[in-house]
Write a protein that binds this ligand. Structure first.
Ligand SMILES: [Fe+2]
Ligand SMILES: [Fe+2]
Length: 296
C-alpha cells in the first residue's frame, strides 16, 4: 500500500467519532398508516402530517445552514457531531418523503403546499449565513422540545399505528440526540446571543403560522371525514392545548443568556425508548445498537 494511503487511513482512524448521535436507517411501511392515525383525532393527525410535509425542505435547509459555515469550525469533535447531524437529517428527509408520498392519494394534495414552501425556502437561503444558522438553532429547539414531549407521554403515543409510532419515535429520539449541534456551531462561529434570541421570536410566529396554515389545508381537504369526528377533534384540541401550556417553561429557557440545549437532560427518556424500539417494535437499527453496546 502506498505511504500516502497508509497515512490517509491513519488520519481517518484517528478522527473523533460523534458522541451520542447515531445515524439509523428507518424501516417502516407508511402505506399501512391509517388516515386518522393519532388518537383517532383528525386534528392531531393532520397536524403531524402537516409537520411532516415541511420536513424534507426544512431539514435540508437546516443541513445547508450548518454546511455554510462548516469550514470555520476548528474543533474536530464538533466536526464529527456535524457529520452525524447531517446523516440523521438526511435520513429524516428520506423517511418523511416516503411518508408524504403515501399521503399523495385520493383527496390529499401536498404538492401545492410544498411548492409554496419551496419558494419561501429559496428566499431564506439568500439571507446572511449567520441568520440562517440562528434560524436553524431556533427550529432545533422546537424539534427537540416537541420530540421530548411526545416521548414523555407514552399514553398519547400508544394511540398511534405501529408504523406511525416507529417514524415519530425514531425521529424524536434523533432530534434529541443532535439538539446541540447547530447551537454549538453557532456559538463557535458567531456567538451572537442577541441575534440568536431575536431570531427565536421570528421563528415562533413563522412556525406557528406555517403549521396552522398547513394543518388547516389538510383538514379542509379531508373535511367530510374530519369534521364529523367531533369527539376526536375535541380530544385533539385538549391534547394540543395541554402540550402548549406544559412546554412554555422549556420554550422560554431559550431566551436565557446561559441557555444550552444539553441543559435539558433526556438521557433516561431516550434510553427507555431506544430499548422499547429494539425489543417491542423489533427495529433493526436499535437492536444493532444494543448489541454493539454489549460488546464495546
Ligand atoms: Fe430531523
Ligand atoms: Fe434536527
Amino acid at each position: 500500500m502506498a505511504l500516502a494511503n497508509v497515512n490517509a487511513e491513519k488520519t481517518y482512524l484517528n478522527r473523533p467519532k460523534a458522541l451520542g448521535i447515531t445515524v439509523r436507517r428507518l424501516q417502516f411501511n407508511p402505506k399501512k398508516i391509517k388516515r386518522h392515525y393519532f388518537a383517532n383525532s383528525p386534528l392531531m393527525s393532520h397536524l403531524l402530517t402537516a409537520l411532516s410535509s415541511t420536513f424534507p425542505i426544512g431539514e435540508q435547509y437546516f443541513v445547508n445552514s450548518v454546511r455554510n459555515v462548516r469550514d470555520k469550525v476548528q474543533e474536530p469533535q464538533l466536526q464529527a457531531q456535524i457529520a452525524a447531524f447531517i446523516g440523521q437529517e438526511a435520513m429524516h428527509s428520506k423517511a418523511h418523503t416516503e411518508f408524504n408520498d403515501a399521503w399523495r392519494k385520493e383527496d390529499y394534495n401536498l404538492d401545492r403546499f410544498q411548492a409554496w414552501l419551496a419558494k419561501r425556502d429559496d428566499a431564506l437561503r439568500n439571507i446572511h449565513p449567520k441568520l440562517q444558522l440562528a434560524l436553524t438553532c431556533a427550529f432545533e429547539h422546537f424539534t427537540a422540545m416537541l420530540g421530548g414531549y411526545i416521548l414523555k407521554h407514552p399514553e398519547i403515543l400508544s394511540t398511534l399505528d405501529d408504523d406511525a409510532m416507529k417514524l415519530w419515535v425514531w425521529h424524536a429520539i434523533e432530534e434529541i440526540e443532535h439538539r446541540s449541534v447547530a447551537f454549538d456551531v453557532y456559538q463557535e462561529v458567531y456567538g451572537d446571543d442577541r441575534i440568536r434570541r431575536l431570531l427565536m421570536r421570528s421563528v415562533t410566529t413563522g412556525f406557528a403560522s406555517l403549521t396552522f396554515y398547513a394543518t388547516s389545508r389538510l383538514i379542509w381537504q379531508d373535511k367530510w371525514k374530519s369534521l364529523p369526528k367531533v369527539g376526536g377533534n375535541l380530544f385533539g384540541m385538549y391534547l394540543l392545548g395541554k402540550m402548549l401550556i406544559q412546554l412554555i417553561p422549556e420554550y422560554l429557557s431559550y431566551y436565557q443568556t446561559d441557555f444550552h440545549p444539553a441543559k435539558h437532560d433526556y438521557t433516561k427518556l431516550v434510553n427507555y425508548w431506544k430499548a422499547r424500539m429494539a425489543d417491542e417494535y423489533s427495529m433493526v437499527s436499535f437492536q444493532e445498537e444494543k448489541v454493539s453496546k454489549l460488546y464495546s
